[in-house]
Design a protein around this ligand. Sequence first.
Ligand code: FAD
Length: 498
Amino acid sequence: MHWLFGDQLGPHFIASDEDGPGHDTPLLMIEARSVFRRRRFHRAKAHLVLSAMRHRAAELGDRVTYVKADTYREGLARAVGSDPVTVHHPTSHAALKLVRSLPHVRVGPPRGFLVPQGDFAAWADGHGGGRLRQEDFYRWVRRHHDLLMEGDAPAGGRWNYDHDNREAPPRGQKVLQVDAPYRPREDEIDDEVRRDLDRWERDGDVTFVGHDGPRSFPATRTEARAALKRFIDRRLGTFGPYEDAMLAADPAMSHSLLSAPLNLGLLDPMECVEQAETAWRSGHAPLNSVEGFVRQIAGWREYVWQLYWYFGEQYRHSNALRHTAPLPTWWQDLDAEAVRARCLSTVLAEVRDTGWTHHIPRLMVLGSHALQRGWDPAAVTDWFHRCFVDGYDWVMVPNVVGMSQYADGGRMTTKPYTSGGAYLNRMSDLCGPCRYRPRERTGERACPYTAGYWAFFDRHRDRLARNQRTARSVRQLDQLADLAEVRRQERNRGETPP
Ligand code: FAD
């Protein structure tokens, strides 16, 4: 038998080759209720994962044994006893430990990533191990896979089109002028999952957070391919320029919304980048957008996966800034109504309603606020993991511990990602009607991000003064006439929502 985890749902997980199961090897899927009992997940996430697993089982028909059990161990024992089982390398340290501890389970290599882990380790060791740069890795992947290349040179003569991207949102537009993203239609499997979730909640067995439904992310290979096609054909062209911009009334803008189907294993990253490249070569999408998208998938996604394994199991406990504050209840409950700062309230509502926001709200609104408040990075990681439809251990740990909370002291990024209100104001339409003013750092109308930014620099001034990318802000800090007032105000903030 070959065992498929809930994030191994695409055809590439059962492709027959030397490492995969045979054409007619029987398959096993296990739905483990304890996963949901242990932690309070977003309900839309629980719905999506279970819907995707059950859809896959329905497609595979008699070939699959689908077990509903309390734990994976129990499900496995029930389905196969001690018969031999194969499985592809799972995506978390915990799951890998589990499958390796079972004597009759043989673990094959991972599927759904572009670079074998051993190759990455060799590359990283060759780069001094400590100071790795995503940009170097990304170029290596481009060369290695001949992605967007013209001979030995990058397509168009440049590796990086960031200069043409990262624009502020178009002035005067409440929504980006681009076709809407793909949205699936629910069926009876979705209804059945929803009834099960209702029953589990009624029984007091599990509790969820957030709103569920209608499902907005693909749960099948057919839906995932339709979502990819719609993005490539109708939305990729404007992806690059507005990658970093935010609009209150347009959460998706030109983003692909493909992280959930990619992380469920419904899409293979190679097909995504190849289709984007084909769109450019056939004149259907500009190079800056195509390069920006390829960078996200072949660069960032792949890098994050590799770092998760390369940095090892202890990395998740990193806490270089010694941040220990607990997450307040309004944040845990996604209580957007309790928040008066318009940016944070808008983004928290997006998470509550869909379990998704794009990269910049995650990094510069949610993550930045948590960093400025000094919240425990492990608790922040857990919160992101539970509340986002695309959240899995491998992708959350580096993105939150490393990129967003700087808890690794700079192993993943060269400086902490945080900003005052001026950046948010420049890159969004969120600040205009807000009761707080981006330029003010003290008083009734002080923007919590502006005040929080200076308070963060003040608390960590020694470390940040030694970093050439942040030293200038530390020098500016020393020129603030009202620093004592900023300190007093931030000390008194407590757990009150901003
Ligand atoms: P697009 O903007 O369209 O980008 C295309 C694809 O690139 C994404 O679908 C994704 O697969 C990939 N990608 C881009 N950046 C990253 C990255 N840093 N890490 C991994 N993949 C990346 N992404 C997740 O898939 N799961 C997560 O749990 C997750 N948590 C995050 C938490 C924080 C604090 C931050 C700062 C980022 C996180 N990301 C995560 C990365 C990124 O924000 C999302 O992949 C992206 O917003 C998903 O929306 P999209 O599919 O429209 O992405």
